[in-house]
Design a protein around this ligand. Structure first.
Ligand code: 5RP
Length: 233
């Protein structure tokens, strides 16, 4: 299978296995998570799924939900009241304990709010995302308020992380997040402890959130090149 086929397989398999009628559902962002949204949309259109309330984690996932007329709500709406039964999202890297790095699409802040507000959490990925050590080959996104661009980068360097300001494509200057912030992409050294760094990075003044996700253990649906799915808890 090529990588697009693996993304479709992972997204559809997870949606079929996990999404049930009546759920409050967080739906993630990215080129794999979109296939979860597409499958949820199909199941709703077929009448196989009913009465779900969805919280999309970005403009991208909101627009994908709108295409299918999936009922979307803010997390604060009475239909969700700040809690979700299940969130399914993609990942940039996943380690052997299903801890992950997210935020390649810049949506880490709301993705983490959804993940940590969910009773259960699932990741959809393909085997190319498996790593031994998080944050080494794929840098960890850190969302910072604009005023902290340099001071936060200095503090991250003191922690051993090398920060690069994420530049926009087809716009001059940096990426501006959906919350008006900047993203520092930070590379760590092999063996950096993601549990420690998830806590520690957020202590830096001006940091809004970071892309280490270690506090909720997802079930992982990872597609393999041979067309099989590995489900790992
Ligand atoms: C967006 C994310 C995505 O889930 C992550 O970047 C994976 O995306 P893709 O499935 O396109 O590789 O965290 O902020």
């Amino acid at each position: 299978m090529n990588s697009d086929e693996m993304k479709v397989l992972a997204g559809r398999t997870a949606a079929d296995a996990l999404v049930k009628s009546g759920m409050k559902l967080g739906l993630g962002t990215g080129s794999t998570a979109v296939h979860v949204i597409n499958r949820v949309g199909e199941l709703l259109a077929m009448g196989a799924l009913k009465d779900i309330a969805v919280f999309p984690t970005s403009f991208q996932s909101l627009m994908d939900c709108e295409k299918w007329k999936i009922p979307v709500f803010t997390l604060n709406a009475p239909e969700l009241s700040g809690g979700l039964d299940l969130t399914i999202d993609g990942a940039d890297e996943v380690d052997g304990e299903n801890r992950c790095v997210k935020g390649g699409g810049g949506a880490l802040l709301v993705e983490k709010i959804a993940a940590y507000a969910s009773s259960s959490y699932a990741l959809v990925a393909d085997e190319r995302k498996f790593v031994r050590s998080l944050g080494v080959s794929f840098p960890v996104p850190v969302e910072v308020v604009p005023e902290a661009r340099l001071s936060a980068a200095r503090s991250l360097a003191a922690l051993g992380g090398e920060a690069v300001l994420r530049a926009a494509l087809r716009k001059a200057g940096p990426v501006i997040t959906e919350h008006g912030n900047l993203i520092l992409d930070v590379r760590f050294k092999e063996g950096a402890d993601p549990v420690f760094f998830e806590e520690e990075i957020n202590r830096i003044p001006g940091v809004v959130e970071n892309g280490f996700f270690t506090k909720i253990r997802p079930v992982l649906y990872a597609a393999r090149r041979d067309g099989t799915i590995e489900t790992r808890k």
